[in-house]
Design a protein around this ligand. Structure first.
Ligand SMILES: Cc1ncc(COP(=O)(O)O)c(C=O)c1O
Length: 355
């Protein structure tokens, strides 16, 4: 397609875009095309004012009273409820806090402790973000399990009666490949194993359906497609049916049934709060809470439709502009296998790019 035709198509797609006006909600200069939301989401403009209130009034004036009066203490569960509909979770199953890495650790050790019968094996996604592999290896060592590294598509063949749990990334962080969450979860369940999903590259970009597909545990970050800001806290999903048996390897005082009782013995809280550890990172957490307002009136399905249209169009432009053979798309062309990014392999530096 010619360059002019592509310009025209871009204008047509923009005109038909029901989410187009939402750009104004973000701090993006005119003319900027920001394509790094899969790494750090852009700043929703109103977060700055909200944080001025959090710092100036809640911290500066109310000080310690804000733990109750500004709802600081209950923020991890309250913000979890805001994330829940975005990942297809009913209420009471998500708690926000700590990093993704820390939540991977909690989820994997807890999954192994909950797995039925006598099992001695953990599966981990060979293509996962490296932190998942490191932590799964440590969780395996700590719990006396053998770690088996396998591609997501190989999980249904690799899982067996010895498998306690598997940790899989929903979308491959490098290629943008979307893995079959329903199929892999069902294959794990058929052998009695638990499914732990890392949603860092899918939450906020595409429908996940945690409850619908019977996922056991899930973790994800909030600084990418949820626009929570650099280092904003991650979240942990524990399916309601597992919460009574969720035995955290990090049972801090924030997850105690009576945290202010200051008793010596640990007694876990009920529900999602069981996934808490220590004092929440309130400033980052409240920036995330404010950022989630951009979802008001927006469905994940609408974002998914736009994301697919954008990645389709981007791939079309690559085909038109890149000299033959200069780049190879690693991101699958099929929508059912595509996350929300385009990854291109560049074997050699292209010398003659068409302008
Ligand atoms: C899939 C995936 N898992 C885990 C992480 C690491 O998360 P954190 O730095 O919040 O521990 C990332 C970071 O980009 C990621 O993409």
């Amino acid at each position: 397609m010619s360059e002019t035709r592509l310009d025209e198509r871009a204008a047509e797609l923009d005109a038909a875009d029901e989410l187009g006006k939402r750009r104004e909600l973000f701090a993006l200069e005119d003319g900027t095309v920001y394509l790094d939301g899969n790494s750090l989401g852009a700043l929703p403009r109103h977060v700055q004012d909200r944080m001025a209130d959090v710092i100036g009034r809640q911290w500066g004036e109310l000080r310690i009273r804000s733990w109750d009066e500004s709802g600081w203490w209950t923020a991890p569960e309250r913000i979890g409820e805001r994330i829940a509909p975005l990942v297809g979770a009913g209420p009471g199953q998500i708690v926000v806090g700590d990093s993704t890495s820390v939540n991977v650790f909690k989820a994997m050790v807890a999954a192994v402790r909950m797995a039925p019968g006598d099992r001695d094996e953990i599966l981990v996604d060979a293509t996962a973000f490296p932190t998942d592999g490191y932590i799964a290896e440590s969780a395996a060592r700590l719990t006396g399990h053998r770690l088996v590294v396998v591609d997501p598509a190989g999980v249904p063949d690799a899982v067996g009666p010895r498998t306690a749990a598997a940790l899989v990334n929903h979308v491959d962080y490098r290629t943008g490949r979307l893995h079959d969450l329903p199929g892999i979860t069902a294959a794990l369940h058929a052998q009695g194993a638990l499914a732990v999903w890392d949603l860092c590259h899918s939450a906020g970009a595409l429908p996940v359906g945690l409850d619908e597909h019977g996922v056991d545990l899930a973790v994800g970050c909030t600084y990418k497609y949820l626009n929570g800001g650099p280092g904003s806290p991650a979240y942990l999903y524990v399916a309601e049916r597992h919460q009574d048996r969720f035995d955290s390897p990090l049972p801090g005082w924030n997850s105690h049934a009576d945290p202010f009782g200051m008793t010596r013995g640990y007694r876990p809280a009920e529900g999602a709060a069981r996934g808490r550890v220590g004092t929440p990172d309130i400033l980052s957490m409240l920036a995330l809470e404010a950022a989630l307002d951009v979802w008001d009136g927006v469905t994940v399905e609408a974002v998914r439709a736009k994301s697919l249209a954008l990645t389709d169009f981007f791939l079309e432009c690559v085909e038109a502009y890149a000299p033959p053979g200069a780049v190879t798309p690693l991101t699958p062309a099929a929508h059912a296998e595509r996350g929300s990014q385009v990854a291109l392999a560049c074997p050699a530096h292209p010398r003659s790019w068409r302008r």
